[in-house]
Design a protein around this ligand. Structure first.
Ligand code: SF4
Ligand code: SF4
Length: 132
């Protein structure tokens, strides 16, 4: 699991965090042209055979974008799905380039912060160990 708690998500706290950064983050989400150019500079996209789920824009839309779309009203299972995206599919290497100046790593880092505030985060120990 990607969580240390089974407590209900504090939606009010999540909404407050979203509201605090909404001007910058919502603008970035709105101006994304879905051109996929950022994918070219993401090594994780390339090492996963150009799996669209590893495209930087896809990762942002399905994490922070989802949080804004639902106004933070996402249950713990939904948060765990987001944590998979923002920890396992991005290492915050800051190499992704967007010609429109959208700061993908900043957005993913913010999504991580929101997950952490609800005690939801990816734990590498959850990964299956390879057979000896
Ligand atoms: S390069 Fe920028 S505008 Fe194009 S998909 Fe990526 S984030 Fe969106
Ligand atoms: S910060 Fe994340 S999305 Fe951007 S290039 Fe690095 S791994 Fe890919």
């Amino acid at each position: 699991m990607s969580s240390n708690s089974q407590a209900p998500i504090n939606h009010e706290e999540v909404r407050q965090m979203l509201d605090h950064h909404q001007d910058k983050m919502k603008t970035a989400l709105r101006v994304c042209a879905h051109c996929s150019l950022c994918a070219d500079s993401c090594f994780l996209y390339h090492v996963h055979d150009k799996d669209p789920r590893y495209m930087p824009s896809h990762k942002v839309i399905n994490s922070l974008g989802k949080l804004y779309k639902k106004k933070g009203k996402i249950d713990r299972a939904g948060f765990e799905e987001i944590s998979e995206i923002v920890w396992r599919r991005c290492v915050l290497c800051t190499r992704c380039y967007c010609p429109l100046g959208i700061d993908i790593p900043e957005m993913i880092a913010f999504a991580r912060s929101i997950c952490r505030s609800q005690d939801v985060y990816f734990q590498w120990s959850d990964l299956e160990q390879p057979a000896e």
